[in-house]
Design a protein around this ligand. Structure first.
Ligand SMILES: [Zn+2]
Length: 160
């Protein structure tokens, strides 16, 4: 009985720690980073148990983006959904995300609630394309190419 109580307490503690970590990191973290930061305090199975407990309670949501697992904390927003835009660069594979605070998106959630009786807690927009630094390097590459072409033209002109 006392063992059972101890384990119960541990589970509550791990849940609190997970929520604390999520809140500290803008309510959205890579599962791997969460585990890495908590592994010194608890065993892997305790951490996993905590993660699934929070999920079952509806406090967190798990999602996958480009083969990585993420956890979002949604417990702090009773009447609002967490809207995230995730950008994945197909060139350098860099990923970054930002929180969207656009009332137009809340409107979509409200319409979904109205038409489908579905209460959205977490909305993920996944955008794939080319990131800014890849766009810039592409541009400078094409500029270099143009320069080379010009140089080539010049040299062939000079050779004539
Ligand atoms: Zn890129």
């Amino acid at each position: 009985m006392s063992n059972y109580k101890k384990r119960n307490l541990k589970n509550n503690q791990i849940c609190e720690m997970i929520i604390y970590y999520l809140k500290e990191n803008n309510n959205f973290v890579k599962k791997q980073s969460l585990i890495r930061s908590l592994i010194k305090w608890a065993s892997l199975s305790t951490i996993y148990r905590g993660i699934s407990r929070l999920e079952k309670k509806g406090l967190t949501v798990a999602c996958d983006v480009d083969n990585d697992k993420y956890i979002a904390y949604i417990g702090s927003r009773p009447n609002k959904s967490l809207n995230l835009a995730f950008f994945v660069c197909d060139v350098c594979k860099q990923k970054f995300w930002l929180k969207l605070n656009d009332c137009a998106l809340d409107k979509i959630s409200r319409k979904i609630k109205k038409f489908y009786d579905f209460d959205s807690k977490f909305v993920l927009y996944e955008f794939r394309g080319v990131c800014r630094s890849c766009l810039l390097s592409k541009k400078s590459n094409s500029l270099n190419l143009k320069k080379e072409e010009i140089n080539h033209e010049n040299s062939s002109y000079a050779n004539r």
